[in-house]
Design a protein around this ligand. Structure first.
Ligand SMILES: *[C@@H]1O[C@H](CO)[C@@H](O)[C@H](O)[C@H]1NC(C)=O
Ligand SMILES: *[C@@H]1O[C@H](CO)[C@@H](O)[C@H](O)[C@H]1NC(C)=O
Ligand SMILES: *[C@@H]1O[C@H](CO)[C@@H](O)[C@H](O)[C@H]1NC(C)=O
Length: 516
């Protein structure tokens, strides 16, 4: 009986996928289409013009190197010198916005705001000027994983002092660049900032503190985000009239069966990844699933209190609602089933969720952690709306990796076409998606895997001192999408003025919604 049922469910899934037709409707004029990078991954110039050392500089230079092939971001794509060429490429692709990040140590070499590096400030002023001069809008991430090393020496994100220092850094950014930047992201993918950097320890500063530091880190990341948002709201919003959001990433978590246990397990896994950050910021506190599971496991393990810290009532009131738009990164999907963990002895974020995650062999492979599952992006959009209501969503990353030197990336074109089609479906379903940002403009330093995974529309020749950028076939596809707003050929494209009007309303209401 159970076998038959899963057979039927399986057939329905296969039918859904094979019968899926691309959405041919044009994206609305107000929908923003862009491309993303981040400072450490593209800039290089790691010690130039007074820049301080950050945790990635320290890690890539340590022996033995924790990075595949001992690669470094010392030069990366050399965007520190080639940013004008980068903006030319963006302009040529016809996109609306460019998402990049500011390197904390480039403008504040020690991490503290008492000493500002003018040369670093000028780099970002020139970059922003170039972006604007070419008719593009800057979408600026304040923190994309590159903590100044002197702050790591004091303990980094798990130490609460970071909250005030981040606020001071944000103040410098708003003050110096806020006249020309209206779209701010405080922190990129905090799950990686905490879980991968201080829990499993696979990213800088490569600290393994399973089930402990990763929760302390998150507590401070959330407070730091809230402080930066309040700072903007109190002191800058009236003058600068911009918006401040955060970028949270997740895989889609698909229940492995239609049993209640698996459905609950998949929901719990989403809460452990996405709700961990979104719930405090949008609902005031950690998800109940995390409080219950981590609390019970901590007690069983003999801890005096839960390993998940608690917010005070005052902190909850301060944090709740500190967001103007929600950035969402989606790359891939996992299947999730319930793990019957009766022992409950393992201390880690992974074990605390009590789930089993796996992928389907038929899902096309992109890289170790990334199978191509386009329908997952649609499910994430629906889940965000169901869980957090009508908060404006900005898709801030989506993309896949290829390998080697080939410029014929038809699989990348198919990836984007299908994901965008599900995004267009989600617009039709009334989800407030205000923009889409592909990762990435060009191949770049992909963290612990070095230059092996290539996520770029542009191929970068990392063997040449020129770091020559060469367009892949997918550049043509994305240019066509950005200029015609259609994922199919213009002749097949369907106009949809109704959707234009709906989104124009969302846009205007977001723009004037300053009344927190
Ligand atoms: C957070 O704010 C919302 C909206 O104002 C409110 O409904 C909710 O009760 C608050 N959450 C907490 C935990 O106070
Ligand atoms: C979970 O495992 C325990 C011990 O192996 C077993 O007794 C119990 O029936 C299992 N529960 C479920 C729901 O499978
Ligand atoms: C680098 O660029 C310079 C100037 O355009 C050119 O002369 C040189 O041949 C290039 N070198 C390589 C290895 O591509």
């Amino acid at each position: 009986m159970h076998f038959q049922r899963s057979l039927v469910v399986g057939l329905i899934v296969i039918l859904q996928i094979s019968c899926y037709e691309l959405n041919k409707k044009r994206f609305p004029d107000h929908f923003r289409i862009g491309l993303a990078t981040s400072a450490y991954q593209v800039e290089g110039g790691w010690n130039e013009d007074g820049k301080g050392e950050n945790i990635w500089d320290r890690s890539v230079h340590s022996i033995p190197s924790p990075i595949f092939n001992k690669e470094t971001g010392d030069i990366a794509c050399d965007s520190y010198h080639k940013y004008k060429e980068d903006i030319r490429l963006l302009k040529n692709m016809g996109v609306d916005h460019y998402r990049f990040s500011i390197s904390w140590s480039r403008i504040l070499p020690t991490g503290y705001a008492n000493q500002i590096n003018e040369a670093g400030v000028n780099y970002y002023k020139n970059l922003i000027k170039e972006i604007r001069a070419n008719g593009l809008e800057p979408l600026v991430t304040i923190y994309h994983w590159d903590l100044p090393q002197p702050l790591q020496d004091l303990g980094g994100w798990p130490n609460e002092y970071i909250v005030d220092l981040f606020e001071e850094y944000a103040r410098v950014a708003f003050t110096l660049f806020g006249d020309d930047v209206k779209q701010w992201i405080t922190i990129n993918e905090p799950k990686q900032v905490c879980q991968e950097a201080y829990g499993s320890g696979i990213k800088a500063p490569f600290i393994k503190s399973h089930g402990l530091a990763e929760y302390l880190c998150t507590h401070n990341v959330i407070k730091a985000h809230a402080k930066a948002w309040h700072l903007y709201d109190d002191e800058f919003r009236n003058k600068q009239k911009g918006r401040v959001g955060i970028v949270i990433d997740t895989f889609w978590m698909e229940p492995a069966s239609d049993s209640e246990a698996d459905i609950n397990a998949a929901e719990r896994q989403l809460q452990f990844i996405f709700g961990w950050y979104a719930n405090p910021i949008l609902r005031g506190d950690y998800p109940w699933q995390m409080k219950k599971f981590i609390g019970e496991r901590s007690a069983k393990q003999g801890f005096k209190t839960s390993r998940l810290p608690e917010f005070t009532k005052q902190e909850i009131d301060y944090i709740n609602g500190t967001i103007d738009f929600l950035g969402v990164n989606y790359y891939t999907t996992n299947m999730v089933s319930e793990k019957n963990d009766t022992v409950r002895n393992e201390v880690s974020w992974e074990a605390d969720a009590e789930t089993i995650r796996f992928v389907k062999p038929e899902w096309p492979f992109s890289t170790t952690w990334l199978r191509v599952v386009p329908w997952g992006i649609g499910k994430v959009m629906h889940w965000v709306k169901k869980t957090y209501g009508d908060i404006p969503i900005w898709i801030t990353e989506n993309g896949m990796a290829t390998y080697g030197e080939s410029l014929e990336d038809d699989n990348r074109i198919e990836y984007y076409q299908k994901h965008l089609s599900y995004v267009r479906d989600a617009l039709e379903d009334g989800i407030n998606i205000i923009g889409y940002t592909a990762w990435s403009l060009m191949d770049n330093f992909e963290w612990q895997v070095g230059y092996d995974d290539r996520f770029g529309f542009y191929h970068v020749d990392f063997k040449s001192p020129n770091r020559t950028r060469t367009p892949r076939k997918s550049v043509g596809f994305y240019r066509q999408f950005a200029t015609t707003r259609c994922i199919v050929d213009k002749s097949q494209c369907v106009d949809d003025n109704h959707m234009d009007n709906v989104l124009r309303y969302v846009y205007q209401s977001v723009a004037v919604n300053n009344g927190h």
